[in-house]
Structure formats: structure tokens, C-alpha cells
Design a protein around this ligand. Structure first.
Ligand SMILES: Cc1cc2nc3c(=O)[nH]c(=O)nc-3n(C[C@H](O)[C@H](O)[C@H](O)COP(=O)(O)OP(=O)(O)OC[C@H]3O[C@@H](n4cnc5c(N)ncnc54)[C@H](O)[C@@H]3O)c2cc1C
Length: 475
């Protein structure tokens, strides 16, 4: 006899595990099935984000940023730090320990909420029945009134660059290198490529980043992108735009990466390649014939605006459905679905999803870019405040970058906030909250910000939209 639950969640990444916890908070019986296996074969909850994405990458970015600061900033503080050396094994042990603590934390949260965790691979059968092959090979079946698919995404493999996980690596491999590759090629100057490139550059790799597009950081406001490009160049990241990779040749222990750019055929010889050319939705073996769930032309599970899939009481959330592949987007979708299943009203505001790139300087934005507003013919005003004029940023030896605020010319409503500079990923939360509440630039102008803080830069950028900045010359 199959176990029957109110809700079965497939996938315990940042989309799936919050769905399970909220559904349990709503008084429903919940099972969450996850197939994740680490490189050592151990099972873990948390999906890509906790095991091979957001958390381990931030652990390494933090460690390597300290190295960089010791080498380049300490002297300005009058601190002599000659001979700073790195013990990569300890750095990697710390990364692994943070991941273990965080993934173990989800198991504890499940236990406290009364969510049943099942470690194994799930397949959706017709009639909301689920076949589970546990990690020990045991087969079972369960059923649920509602099923939430949260199967996530996997790195895109390029036809010309097949992963061998030794020389041609994916982002997960790149988080677990046990030695610094002397020469590294990163394919893709997106968020993941820039973060991983920064980690290994700071540890001493010569890093070439090949980007097929002609525009650097095409998804970001281009004023921000230009500032970022300047800093990355200074840090020694060799970013080559319009570079289309055609193949690789392994010879004499090196990987020769062939690509073409405006000048013609080119080649770069490196020790390792990290392919960070995007991620694709993952639904392999997830849907049995007759499940009633359809995929769109790009392989995403088709859903409506409320994350309902094409079969009754089947939902899908996170990276396996349309929208930005971000942990916090999946989390909000999951919470909203769990509330909808319980009969409550829920809403996800897709227009106000912050994005962060955890490089140095950090880059973060929410809302629309200046290019998008121009293309849409929206009349807007712009206020920019440089961190060079921030006392706190100066005290931190981090007075680089700026806050840029875009507001509607007629209503003054904030339309976008773009930050490059210290703690941009933390600062963007204020802008996100303001936009969620449909605040005007004047609302932020009249909000008291503590002095001296980095957040004052947001206050001043709001003032600058009306050319009324106090701590900077208005132009
Ligand atoms: C290097 C890197 C850095 C990143 N940094 C950030 C960041 O800083 N901020 C951010 O917001 N995002 C970041 N991301 C993206 C983020 O990791 C994803 O957006 C997020 O993990 C998606 O969550 P998800 O729950 O939809 O899917 P996933 O996290 O991929 O989880 C899906 C889970 O479902 C399981 N699963 C799949 N199929 C089955 C099945 N049939 N049966 C059982 N289980 C199954 C998988 O094993 C996995 O555990 C990063 C990604 C990478 C690779």
C-alpha cells in the first residue's frame, strides 16, 4: 500500500526545501525526496545552491578576498603583511565544513517541521503517484494530493567542450580544485564565470575569460558593467569579448582552447578550463509517460503565472521553470505554492528580484536598467552617488564604485537601483524593499540613514535624482 501525503516535493534545493517546510507549517503532511549525491557518494539536502553553488562559492570568495586585501589594502592601513601565504587545503576544508553545517541544518529543519526526508530518485507517474529508487537501490511508491517539482538545473555542456572533470571542468569541479591551476580559461563572463575566475585569480592563476557576446555583462546596467570591467582588468582578469569557442585540443599536458573573434582564429593554452556558459533546467527521468506534465521548447517545465504545471495539482518551482535561475526566486515561488495549496493567497513579484555578483567590488541591482527604460520609452531621471564621497567607504579603504538610482520622471517611483561597490549585495536589500513598497525617490530622500554608513550612498543617490545631493556635486 503506497504512503499517502498531502504534499510530495521532488528536490530539496532552495526551491524545494522551503516549499516542504512552509507546507508543513500550513498543517499538511509532507514528504521531500532528493537525489543529490556529493563527489564522495554521500547524500545531502540543499541542492546545487548549498552543495555546489551559492554557499561554497561565497565561502571561497570570502577567503580569497581576504588574501587579496592582505596583499593590496593592508599597507594603506599601516599594516605590514609581507609573506602572506595560502594553505589551500585549509581553505577548502573550511568551505566543505560550511557546506556540511548548512546542509545538515536543512535535515534538522525538516525534522523540527515534521517533513519526511527521503534520499533517492523520484519519478512522477500518472495520478500523482511517485516511484522512488532510494540511494540503497530499494524501490517504493508513494502518492500525494499535490506534487511540487523542484528538480533544479545542471551546467550546460558545450558540444565543443565535453566535461572530463579533470581538465574540462564544470562550476562544481572548480569549487573543489585541490591545487591552484597556473593557467585557467573560464568560458563565459556571466555571474558564475566572474565569481570563479575571481577566486582562482586571487589565488594566483593567470585567468583568461572568453565571452561569446560583444557586450560585457549584457544583463546589467551598462554604466555598472563599464565600471566593473575596469576593476576586473586592474585585478588581472583577461576578459576577451566576442570570443566564440570552437573546440579544445589536449597536448603535452595543456589544453589548447580554440576560439574565433573579430580578428579571426585564436588559441589560448591553459592547464584547466571552467565551462560557465549557463545552466539548463533538469528534468531527466523525472516524468513517466502519462504524467501529464509538459516541458517547453527550452526544456523548462511549463507552468502558469502561479507555478501550476499542466496536470491537476502538480506544481513546479525554481530553476526547472521559467524566470531567473536564482535561489531566492525559487524560494519565494516554493513558499507561494505551499500557501496556494493550503488555500491562501500568495504572490511573487517577478519585477523586483535582486541580482548580486559577489566579486570585488560587488555588483547588485534590482529593477530595470537605463538601457531597458530607454528601449521602453520610459521617461526617467537618474541619480548617481560615488562611494568615493562616502566617509564609511573611505574608512573601509573601499571607496570604489557608485549607487545609481533610476526613478520615473512623472511619478518619482523608483524603477531601478544599480550598485557597484562595497557590500553592494547587502545594500540592494534596501532598494528591493523600497521597490516592493513602490516607494518614490523622495521616500528614500526623507528616510534617515545612519552616519557614517554605506547605506547613506543610497540616500544620496535618491537625492541626486533631483540634483539635491548634499555630499557630492550635482551635475
Ligand atoms: C557556482 C554557482 C554559484 C551560484 N551562486 C548563486 C548565488 O550566489 N545566488 C543565487 O541566488 N543563486 C546562485 N546560484 C544558482 C542557484 O544555485 C540556483 O538558482 C538554485 O540552486 C536553484 O534552486 P532549485 O531548488 O531550483 O534547484 P537545485 O538547487 O538544483 O536543487 C534541485 C535538487 O533536486 C534534486 N533532484 C533533481 N531531480 C530529482 C529527482 N528526479 N528525484 C529526486 N531529486 C531530484 C537534485 O539532486 C537537487 O538536489 C549559483 C549556482 C552555481 C552553480
Amino acid at each position: 500500500m503506497a504512503d499517502a501525503y498531502d504534499v510530495a516535493v521532488i528536490g530539496a534545493g532552495p526551491a524545494g526545501y522551503p516549499t516542504a517546510i512552509r507546507a508543513a507549517q500550513n498543517g499538511l503532511t509532507v514528504v521531500c525526496i532528493d537525489a543529490w549525491k556529493n563527489h564522495d557518494g554521500s547524500a545531502a539536502l540543499g541542492g546545487t545552491c548549498l552543495n555546489a553553488g551559492c554557499i561554497p562559492s561565497k565561502a571561497l570568495l570570502e577567503s580569497t578576498e581576504l588574501v587579496h586585501r592582505a596583499q593590496t589594502e593592508f599597507a594603506a592601513h599601516g599594516i605590514r603583511a609581507q609573506g602572506v601565504t595560502v594553505d589551500l587545503a585549509v581553505m577548502q576544508k573550511r568551505r566543505a565544513s560550511i557546506v556540511r553545517t548548512m546542509t545538515g541544518g536543512i535535515a534538522a529543519l525538516f525534522k523540527a517541521a515534521g517533513v519526511t526526508a527521503v534520499y533517492g530518485r523520484a519519478r512522477l507517474l500518472p495520478g500523482r503517484r511517485i516511484e522512488v529508487v532510494a540511494n540503497d537501490g530499494a524501490r517504493s511508491e508513494l502518492s500525494a494530493r499535490h506534487v511540487v517539482l523542484a528538480s533544479g538545473s545542471v551546467p550546460t555542456e558545450l558540444p565543443s567542450l565535453r566535461f572530463d572533470h579533470e581538465r574540462i571542468c564544470d562550476s562544481w569541479d572548480a569549487l573543489e580544485f585541490d591545487a591552484v591551476p597556473p593557467r585557467l580559461c573560464v568560458i563565459g563572463a556571466g555571474v558564475i564565470g566572474l565569481e570563479l575566475g575571481s577566486v582562482w585569480r586571487r589565488l594566483g592563476s593567470q585567468v583568461v575569460v572568453l565571452e561569446a557576446l560583444d557586450n560585457f555583462l549584457a544583463i546589467a546596467d551598462q554604466q555598472l558593467a563599464a565600471e566593473a570591467a575596469r576593476h576586473f582588468k586592474k585585478q588581472g582578469l583577461d576578459i576577451r569579448l566576442g570570443a566564440k569557442v570552437s573546440g579544445t585540443r589536449v597536448a603535452g599536458g595543456a589544453v589548447n582552447v580554440d576560439y574565433t573573434d573579430r580578428k579571426g582564429a585564436q588559441c589560448v593554452a591553459v592547464d584547466k578550463v571552467i565551462v560557465a556558459a549557463g545552466r539548463r533546467p533538469y528534468a531527466a527521468d523525472l516524468l513517466a509517460p502519462g504524467s501529464g506534465v509538459t516541458l517547453d521548447e527550452r526544456g523548462f517545465i511549463s507552468v502558469d503565472a502561479d507555478c501550476r504545471a499542466s496536470a491537476e495539482n502538480i506544481w513546479a518551482v525554481g530553476d526547472c521553470v521559467r524566470g531567473p535561475m536564482l535561489a531566492h526566486k525559487g524560494k519565494e515561488e516554493g513558499i507561494a505554492v505551499a500557501d496556494r495549496i493550503a488555500g491562501a493567497y500568495a504572490h511573487v513579484n517577478y519585477d523586483v528580484i535582486p541580482s548580486v555578483i559577489y566579486t570585488a567590488p560587488e555588483i547588485a541591482w534590482v529593477g530595470r536598467t537605463e538601457e531597458q527604460l530607454k528601449a521602453a520609452g520610459v521617461q526617467y531621471k537618474s541619480g548617481v552617488f560615488p562611494f568615493a564621497a562616502s566617509g564609511r567607504a573611505r574608512a573601509m579603504e573601499a571607496a570604489v564604485g557608485f549607487v545609481k538610482m533610476l526613478a520615473a520622471r512623472d511619478t518619482d517611483t523608483i524603477l531601478g537601483v544599480h550598485i557597484i561597490g562595497p557590500m553592494a549585495g547587502e545594500l540592494i536589500a534596501e532598494a528591493t524593499l523600497a521597490m516592493e513598497f513602490q516607494a518614490s525617490a523622495e521616500d528614500l530622500q526623507r528616510t534617515i540613514h545612519a552616519h557614517p554608513t554605506l547605506a547613506e550612498a543610497i540616500h544620496e543617490a535618491a537625492l541626486a535624482t533631483d540634483k539635491r545631493a548634499i555630499d557630492n556635486i550635482n551635475r
